[in-house]
Design a protein around this ligand. Structure first.
Ligand SMILES: [Zn+2]
Length: 706
């Protein structure tokens, strides 16, 4: 990227970040996930590092979020309430440690100060000022220098002491405050200023309770616990704030005009001291001797965060020896002596580089996004699914767009949205292929379907996918015939279609790479074991478009019923299936018009006959579906209108349980049309075809066998 491009990108990033921050900090409105916003800020930060001459005072990296709301009185902070730098990886943390060594020359070489790790609560930061031990003021962070005076609201939080507790001398001694420091501390408590900073939060439980209540009352629901806390404290009516039952956890202590590290030397001691003063603190905070221990702490809580009563989004790592803090000082908007080490975010922003089209087993072309590699959900991702054409249109996606992607748990990463404000005008539309990327064959768009399909039946990719599907676990389940082997056998011209599988001989395999005698023998045996196969599995394994396991089952039941023999030869199956019309397929339960057409096309294809004769020649035998037994065996039903005594689903189950079948549409071969209240056009059709029409009472009698 040259400086001109960098400048343009910087300007757009600043504007975009500025917009979302304003919405969030001023209106408590979340227009983008914090993780995606972090990702944008991180890009900005890196660009500014690369081109420092482009850093401006108004850059979001140079200031702390939030402006004081006009409705509250503005209150300046005696000590700036600074923000934190974020680290997203162990490398970021190591760099941080290395950089800091330059500033610690006052300490002997090799001195290891250790760290103090604190859970990073997700709420609203605030400062509480105690004068002579009495709470006099509570202020939000605001822009770091000036915040909003929300004393009245903060006073409603039960875990904030209105006057400080007086710690015992023994307690002070236990955290290393001895000698003159003890007197200095008591003087501040009796006649000075003590400031305690911390996070106001809403617990997960209170959040759930309030939203249940609000839902009942028809009020607007809280978006999340952080907004719950921030929104409550920025209410002008303290009664509303009180109703929200917030908690306050202290994380910082400022003793009058003393520097950090004076009187209280370590962060660990300061954390205990706030408890002695009457505050709540996070008891899971821990000292860490090295970065290695810091990483372990962070990992542990990333895994366990769900068990906490409140939300956390990372760990704040501070130098435990606070005497180092003044030496390290502040740079830009945040101190050097602490770092927010974030949990791996489930969202990130990146660039769409390319869209590729993968050819699936049914010949369908599926788009996938090739991305600028980005870390999300703890792993680096360079590709994500786009599902289909509709998804691309819904997102309004263009090549070179900046996008938000999400990877939650082990789910395949997906594109969430496009940040269209960041476009430069150079973006290109995504071209829908007219030709198959594998074989160059024509690509067909199916109906108003958004599916693209390669029309070349001999397309290598199609054949390969079909074969892999045929042999896979859910289908024919042939042990040892996995993707790699299928690909090898196709490449060696040993297989063209699934029929060839059953003609494989041991001697064909011997001599191939990776095939020793034993392995060849095992594969041939595994294939032979599947020569007798359930019809439903076989039909599913054929990979007919739109035919999943359930519809394969429906088809198998129908063919079994029509052939009424226990074993079916592939050509028998072919002849029976080819004799059925689209309406016959469409009249089967759960078979829609698209599936019916697909079945009809498949069974009326000459290639299908060739394939079936190949199966037959190689001795494949299909076992029929055992007909369900019951007094409605062989009878078919269509339901129309609503029944008073039972739901449609219950009615269908009762029919099936007695050996009957249900269908979706009326045809000549239908046995019964069951008519409820307000029947539709099916009644007319049934009359036209001369189908027997029965009402609910007659239907119940029929079910009971009367
Ligand atoms: Zn193709």
């Amino acid at each position: 990227m040259d400086i001109k491009e960098a400048r343009m990108r910087l300007e757009k990033l600043k504007k975009e970040i500025g917009f979302h921050r304003h919405q969030y900090h001023v209106f408590d409105r979340e227009t983008i996930s914090p993780a995606a916003l972090d990702s944008l800020k991180n890009e900005l930060f890196k660009l500014e590092n690369e081109f420092p001459e482009l850093i401006t005072a108004d850059s979001p990296t140079q200031r702390i979020g939030g402006e004081a709301l006009a409705k509250f009185k503005k209150a300046p902070h005696a000590h700036p309430m600074i923000s934190l730098y974020d680290a997203f990886s162990e490398d970021d943390m190591r760099e941080w440690e290395k950089r800091n060594l330059n500033y610690l020359s006052g300490f002997p070489a090799g001195y290891n100060p250790g760290y103090y790790c604190e859970l990073k609560l997700d709420g609203l930061a605030g400062s509480l000022v105690y004068e002579s031990g009495q709470l006099v003021r509570g202020v939000t962070r605001g822009d770091g220098r000036v915040g909003e005076d929300i004393t009245l609201n903060l006073r409603t939080i039960e875990s904030i002491p209105l006057s400080l507790r007086r710690p015992e001398k023994e307690e002070l001694k236990s955290i290393g405050i001895v000698g003159q420091d003890v007197n200095a501390f008591y003087r501040l408590l009796d006649d000075g200023l003590i400031e305690v900073r911390g996070e106001s939060i809403m617990s997960k439980q209170v959040f759930a309770e309030l939203n249940r209540k609000y839902e009942k009352e028809g009020r607007q629901l809280l978006a999340n616990t952080r907004n719950g806390a921030a929104g409550s404290l920025r209410q002008l009516d303290p009664k509303i704030a009180a109703e929200r039952k917030l908690d306050f956890y202290a994380y910082d202590l400022i003793l009058g005009d003393y520097e950090r590290g004076e009187i209280v030397h370590s962060r660990e001691a300061a954390d205990k001291l706030v408890e002695f003063l009457g505050f709540r603190r996070v008891k899971d905070n821990r000292r860490a001797a090295s970065l290695k221990e810091v990483f372990a702490f962070q990992k542990k809580w990333e895994g366990k965060k769900g068990t906490l009563p409140f939300f956390i989004d990372g760990v704040v790592v501070k130098y435990n020896d606070m005497r180092m803090w003044p030496l390290l000082g502040i740079v830009g908007k945040a101190p050097r002596y602490m770092m927010a080490y974030k949990f791996s975010a489930e969202q990130a922003t990146t660039k769409l580089l390319e869209v590729i089209w993968q050819v699936g087993r049914t010949g369908a072309l599926t788009p996938a996004a090739i991305l600028e590699p980005v870390k999300v959900g703890g792993v680096t991702v360079g590709r994500s699914t786009l599902h289909n054409l509709d998804e691309i249109r819904r997102l309004g996606l263009m090549l070179s767009d900046t996008i938000i992607i999400e990877r939650a748990g082990d789910v395949i990463p997906k594109v969430i949205s496009v940040l269209s404000n960041l476009r430069t005008g150079e973006e290109q539309p995504i071209v829908v292929p007219k030709h198959c990327p594998r074989c160059g064959g024509d690509v067909r768009r199916e109906g108003d379907d958004v599916i693209l399909r390669c029309t070349n039946k001999n397309c290598y990719a199609v054949a390969l996918r079909r074969l892999i599907h045929f042999a896979s676990r859910g289908a024919a389940d042939i042990e040892g015939l996995g993707e790699r082997i299928v690909e090898q056998l196709v490449t060696e011209n040993l297989m063209e279609d699934a029929g060839d599988i059953f003609g494989l001989r041991k001697e064909d395999l011997l001599g191939l790479e990776r095939f020793a005698e034993k392995k060849a023998e095992k594969l041939v045996e595994a294939i032979a074991a599947k020569k007798v196969m359930p019809l439903s599995r076989f039909i599913y394994a054929l990979g007919i478009s739109h035919i999943g396991e359930e519809s394969a089952n429906t088809v198998a039941e129908e063919i079994s019923r029509r052939l009424s023999s226990k074993e079916i030869l592939p050509l028998e199956l072919y002849r029976k299936a080819a004799s059925l019309g689209i309406e016959d397929w469409a009249s089967l339960g759960d078979v829609g018009p698209v599936v019916a057409e697909s079945l009809h096309t498949f069974w009326n294809d000459e290639d299908t006959e060739t394939l079936m004769s190949k199966f037959e020649r190689h001795g494949v035998i299909l076992t029929a579906v055992q007909a369900a037994s019951g007094h409605l065996e062989g009878k078919s039903f269509v339901l129309t209108g609503s029944l008073s005594g039972l739901t449609r689903g219950e009615a269908k189950d009762k029919i099936k349980a007695r050996g009957g079948k249900t269908k979706e549409s009326v045809s000549r071969t239908l046995d019964y049309l069951v008519v409820g209240e307000e029947p539709g056009s099916k009644l007319e059709e049934a009359k036209k075809f001369g189908v027997k029409v029965i009402d609910e009472q007659e239907f119940i009698k029929l079910l009971e066998g009367k």
